[in-house]
Design a protein around this ligand. Structure first.
Ligand code: FEO
Length: 388
């Protein structure tokens, strides 16, 4: 599909994969986006995952009608975008692979490729005819070799994973051609789980591109941003500053329902102050959804029973996912229960110390809660909701 002058979308939709990175569910699938710029020189910007390479190459051959691909720009080496390189080189053996020094080392390491390479640096330019491409190094958005490619005359940014989201492109490609509701939700989940750890590098990348005129942002996943590009930029800016929206996420673990009742009381209290209260059972809801919402909202209240003198294991696993992503700036509260020796609340306090958050208000209940516990839990919910 032609999306701008001389520019074609040649990505693919993956509705087969159930887990992205073999971890993150894909209820709406995912697209691997790739773009073909047909000028005096022909440039492909990123490939697709290997199982889809043949499909992509058929499309490229149809568009090129006998011409060949002169350059492949590798903005990102993660295999969902680079494992199609072998198939491309089989069809176009003369293609020059454009990347930075880190890309070159990964091309050798992953695919044994050491020839046909064209190395670029910060602000290097590649003249193609009507289009000039300029390269900006944006390491750690999401891997260290990541760069963005800017079409100087046409104000188009090829942004690698940045501004991407899960979800296949069912018919439309541009943001003006699709219903964006699902894509916005999936952008939060994508950002938090894939890019979430790298807030500072994302801020550095945003600063670097802030002076560019941008008419179109072409990510490697999800819709091409045109009319809604400012919203996509602003969402990334907020998330990478760990600036939560007004809302409280409550996640609890519960084996027999006693801690769940405590969570309901907390939610009542939060709900008196705030409409955006999301209450989740950690054992039922996929952690990628939890991590996505916890990155999105400022208030966080976690609850757990004591298990083997520790936190409930699924809750422990969620804390680990938040900790490795270095989530910052949350208004945090916690509650816990136990039968003969309490450890859950201690576990949450230790977690908040490791995260360098303020010591949370907590409520601890022995066995089943009594009316005074109920009141304390409602108050915990109110306390957090008032601070967001
Ligand atoms: Fe879509 Fe970081 O790869």
């Amino acid at each position: 599909m032609k999306i701008a002058e001389n520019l074609y979308y040649v990505g693919v939709n993956d509705r087969h994969k159930t887990l992205f990175e073999n971890m993150l569910p894909l209820p709406y699938g995912v697209s691997y986006n790739s773009y073909l710029l047909v000028d005096d020189k022909v440039v492909l910007i990123d490939t697709v995952e290997a199982p889809f390479a043949e499909q992509q190459l058929e499309e490229i051959q149809r568009i090129l009608n006998g011409r060949v691909v002169d350059y492949l720009i590798v903005n990102h080496m993660e295999p969902d975008h680079s494992s199609g390189i072998h198939a491309l080189r089989m069809l176009y053996p003369q293609v020059q692979i454009v990347g930075n020094a880190r890309t070159m080392s990964m091309l050798q390491g992953y695919y044994g490729i050491s020839d046909g390479l064209y190395e670029v640096k910060e602000n290097s330019e590649l003249a193609l005819g009507k289009h000039t491409l300029r390269f900006y190094m944006t390491p750690m958005v999401h891997w260290p070799e990541v760069m963005m490619t800017y079409d100087v005359e046409h104000h188009i940014l090829f942004s690698a994973d940045a501004f991407g989201c899960f979800g296949t492109l069912d018919g439309g490609i541009l943001d003006t051609q699709v219903n964006l509701e699902m894509f916005w939700d999936e952008m939060y989940r994508y950002y938090a789980n894939i890019i979430g750890k790298y807030g500072n590098p994302v801020q550095a990348a945003l600063k670097k591109i802030s002076d560019l005129s941008l008419d179109m942002i072409c990510s490697t996943h999800g819709p091409v941003w045109t009319e809604h590009r400012a919203e996509a930029l602003s969402l990334y800016d907020r998330l990478s500053r760990y600036e939560g929206e007004a809302g409280v996420v409550i996640v609890y673990g519960s084996m027999y329902g006693y801690t769940e009742k405590m969570a309901e009381a907390v939610a009542r209290g939060a709900g008196e102050i705030c409409k955006n209260v999301l209450l989740y059972d950690v054992s039922k809801t996929d952690s990628s959804i939890l991590v996505g919402d916890i990155f999105r909202y400022k208030g966080l209240i976690l609850g757990s029973p004591t298990y083997c003198n520790d936190l409930f294991p699924p809750m422990k696993s969620l804390l680990d996912k938040l900790e490795i992503r270095g989530l910052k700036n949350r208004v945090f509260g916690a509650f816990g229960s136990y039968t003969w020796a309490g450890a859950a609340v201690k576990g949450f306090v230790a977690f908040s110390e490791r995260m360098k958050w303020e010591t949370p208000p907590t409520v601890e209940v022995k066995q089943a809660m009594i009316p005074t516990d109920y009141e304390a839990l409602v108050e915990l919910g109110r306390t957090i909701a008032k601070q967001i």
